[in-house]
Ligand binder design. Structure first.
Ligand code: FMN
Length: 387
């Protein structure tokens, strides 16, 4: 049978002709290469975090503190990474996290990243703030699994229109990001005065939207600055509260997942609100500096709602070992963020494919070498916590 782990043999076999992988397999080296090769504005936007960067560092430190305790002689010869969640079957417990404005990384933008995910059967979560309209990305994906991430803004008509467009284009799960009602304090972007949206990059879903356009005095091409200002005015809504979720429930037929939940009580409120899942996430440390590491929040959320909701996880996942640890701490699956974006910036669609295969190969091997043939047998007992 085929295993994700076989990617390593492919690499070694190619090596017999002198070839080595076009990109590093080590995520730290991938990040270094991206820092080196990509423009300072774009790479600063991707790598940068909120405030002093302490939350992004804490995300990785928290995962690092948990150590896997491998078990032996358990027959891990035939493995199956298939994962059931939210009524669908995924090839592995992995999806690509929603990341906006991908055109700053590579001109092929979201359609190419989405195609890479589609080719491996990994769900692609399209950001509201994509540089490509959601219909165009859907077209690039055929009938592959795609989810839509909503930045839940001030204009109800625009929100309603986005949900309608996404459903009409085959996006099946709605991921509502709760942690970004306001843009956070991000020194790397501030020091370069770099905000792509001001140049109309990352507003594709808005400027193609009839409800958004209805709020403009002139067509977008006649007054692009007015369109940018209109976008900035309605992008986030810091006034939303839990009862407002009823509006989204009413206008979305499939599963709804709330992204950015860190407190067990918020997870309970999510369950009470009738949504289907949560993503334990601190947005990769991009919103609140000094915040709890996502991996430290995960067990509490899983304990609070694991029996009622699908618990997903992101923020700090770099390797297959990290995927294993997140599952052990209570996640059903993880979202991969920055690593795929670096791969994309360095080598477009092929770079995303490379990163997906690296993470899943290492995850498959970590499972096997730790005594598991399937993701769903991994539990907290597989980890030891060190000081
Ligand atoms: N999250 C969203 O919900 N919507 C977005 O549009 C979005 N854009 C992002 C753009 C960049 C450049 C990055 C790095 C993250 C973005 N995120 C967004 C957050 C990711 O979905 C995810 O939570 C985060 O990348 C996880 O942290 P990690 O990449 O450090 O693992």
């Amino acid at each position: 049978a085929q295993h994700w782990a076989d990617f390593q043999y492919e690499i070694y076999l190619n090596g017999t002709t002198g070839a080595v992988p076009r990109l590093p397999t080590d995520p730290s080296r991938l990040e270094e290469l991206a820092e080196h090769r990509l423009g300072p504005g774009p790479v600063g936007y991707v790598a940068g975090s909120a405030g002093d960067g302490s939350t992004a560092r804490a995300n990785q430190a928290a995962l690092d503190r948990h150590r896997i305790v491998p078990r032996m002689l358990r027959d891990v010869h035939a493995r199956d990474l298939t994962t059931e969640l939210l009524g669908r079957t995924l090839p592995a417990p992995l999806a690509l996290a929603p990341v906006g404005v991908l055109s700053i990384m590579h001109p092929d933008a979201e359609s190419a990243a989405a195609r890479a995910a589609a080719a491996r059967g990994v769900p692609y979560i399209l950001s509201s703030a994509s540089s490509t309209p959601l219909e165009q990305v859907a077209e690039a994906m055929g009938d592959a699994e795609r989810w839509f991430q909503l930045y839940w803004g001030k204009d109800r008509e625009v929100t309603r229109s986005f949900l309608g467009r996404a459903q009409a284009s085959g996006y099946s799960v709605l991921v509502v990001t709760l942690d970004t009602p306001l843009l956070a304090w991000r020194p790397r972007d501030l020091d370069q005065a770099y905000l792509p949206f001001l140049h109309g990059v990352g507003t594709a879903n808005y400027v193609t939207d009839p409800a958004f356009r209805a709020g403009l005095a002139k067509p977008v091409h006649e007054d692009p600055n007015a369109a940018v200002m209109h976008f900035l005015g309605l992008f986030g809504d810091a006034g939303h509260t839990w009862p407002d979720l009823a509006f989204l429930r009413e206008h979305w037929d499939g599963p709804i997942v709330l992204k950015g939940v860190l407190h067990p009580d918020d997870a309970r409120l999510a369950a009470d609100a009738g949504v289907d899942g949560v993503v334990v996430s601190n947005h990769g440390g991009r919103q609140v500096a000094g915040s709890i590491a996502a991996a430290d929040a995960l067990p509490g959320v899983a304990d609070a709602v694991g029996d009622r909701l699908t618990v997903l996880f992101d923020s700090g996942v770099r390797t297959g070992a990290d995927v294993f640890k997140a599952l052990a701490l209570g996640a059903r699956a993880v979202l991969l963020g920055r690593p795929y974006v670096y791969g994309f910036g360095l080598d477009g669609e092929a770079g995303v494919d490379h990163v997906i295969r690296c993470v899943l190969a290492e995850f498959d091997l970590t499972l096997a070498l730790s005594g598991h043939a399937r993701p769903d047998t991994v539990t907290r007992a597989d980890l030891a916590e060190t000081a």
